[in-house]
Design a protein around this ligand. Sequence first.
Ligand code: AMP
Ligand code: ZN
Length: 463
Amino acid sequence: MSITFYNTLTKTKEKFEPLEGNLVRIYTCGPTVYKDASIGNMKSYIFMDTLRRVLKYNGYNLKHAMNITDVGHLVSDGDEGEDKMLKAAREEKKTPLEVAKYYTKKFFEDFERLNIDKPEIICKATDHINDMMKFVQKLLDNGYAYETSTAIYFDVSKLDKYGILSGIDLRNQKAGARVEVDEEKKNPYDFALWIKAPENHIMKWESPWGLCYPGWHIECSTMSNKYLGEQFDIHTGGIDLVPTHHENEIAQSKGCTGKIPARFWMHCEFLLIDGGKMSKSLGNTYLVQDLIDRGYDPLSYKMLCFTSHYRNKLNFTWEGLTNAQNSLIKLKEGYVKHKAGTDDISTDKIQEYKTKFLEAINDDLNMPVAMSVIWEIIKSPIKSKKLADLLLDFDKVLGIKIDEPVKQKQEEIPKEILDLLEQRKTARSSKNWALSDELRDQIRNKGYNVKDSKEGMTVEKIK
Ligand code: AMP
Ligand code: ZN
C-alpha cells in the first residue's frame, strides 16, 4: 500500500518512496541540551517516533540521524544573544559539558518513558567542529559566504531563491526585520555560520578565522551530509524551525552541494498550554516527570497526542490527560479481554481492520483515524485471541505497550484526609447523613473526591 506524507516544501501531500531501495534516510533536529525537555518538545519526538514506526511497519529499513545541540544555539533563533549552553552553565555553576551531559541523559530517559524509538545515529555538535569548519570553508570557496570582523556570514543574495520552505519574499522584508543590522552584513537575512569568540567566551575552537564557535544552523547541514549523504529522504522537526533554522539549512546545503538536502520536510505543530505556546524560554513548561509526579503513566501523554493529527496544534489540559489515561486503561483492559476470548472471527474481518489501520497510518500518519480502528476492535462484541494478536501487531506503530499494565503512581493520601474519611465512615454507620455530606464537602474543599461503592469508601485527588 502506498504511503503519502505532507511535504512542507511543496505544501502538498505526496507519495513517499525512498531515494535508495528499501532504506529510508531521515534527519531530525534534536534538542538543545541546556534545560529539561518539555512535553511540548516531546510532542515533536512522539511524531518522530510514529514516523519511524510507520515506516518500519511498512517494511522499510531506517538510517536516521538526530543531533544534540551542545553549542551555538543563541538565545534568539537568529544571531542575537548569548549561547544558551553558556547561559545555563553560568546559572548552574557548571561547565557547558556538564550541563550538556546532564540534560542529554534526562532527554533520553524521557524517550524510554514514552517508549520513543531512538534514531540509529545520535550526533553531538561539539564532536563535529572540524567537519563544520570544512563545510564553512567550502561555502567560502563556492562564493556563498564572506568574512566580517565578527563572523563568517552566509550571503543569501547568492542563492537563486532564499525562503523556499516558508515562502518568505525577501523583497518585502525591511532591513533588520529579523535580526539586528550588523553594519558589516551585506543583507539583513545573512546569517552567521561561524562566530568569532570574544575573549571571555569559554566555548571556542582554533580555526582559520581565529578562535571561533559555530552558528546553530551549520551543525545540522554538516552532520546530515556526513551521515546521510548530500540528499536523503526526510527531514523532521517542530514547526517553529521552518522560517529560520530549516530555511538556513537548505541555504547552506545548496551553497555547498547545489542540492536541497531532503526530499520531504515534515513538521510537527505545537503543543499549546491554555491556548498559548509552551516553550522552555517562556518558562510555562511541564515535564514528563511532572506527569509522573501527578500519578499519570507517561504513555497517557502519547495517547493524548494521538487524539490529534501531528500537523494540528494540541491544547494541553490536565483534564485532557486524565481522559487520555482513562482511554489507555480501557484499551489495555480491552486487550486482556480479547486475549482471554474464545469467539471465532473471520479472516476477512481481520483483513478489513488491517486495511483500515494501514490506510490511516499511511495517510500522512493519521493517528486519530488509526485510533478509531483500534476502538472498533476493543468494542467488538466478538472476543477473540486473534483480535488481541492484531492489537499487539498494531502496537508496533503506537508503542503504548498494550500488553502491559498502566503504570500509575499511587499517591499517598494525607493523614488529614484519611482522618476525615474515618469520621465520615462513622457518621454513615450511625446514619448521620447530614454530617456525612458535610465531611464529604470538607474533603472536596481540600482537593479530594469521595467515592462510595459496594466495596466501601475511597478518595481520589481532584486533577
Ligand atoms: P529545542 O530543544 O528548543 O531545540 O527544541 C527541540 C524540538 O522541540 C524542536 O523540533 C522544536 O521545534 C520542538 N518544540 C519546541 N517547543 C515545542 C512545542 N511546544 N510543541 C511541539 N514541539 C516543540
Ligand atoms: Zn537542525
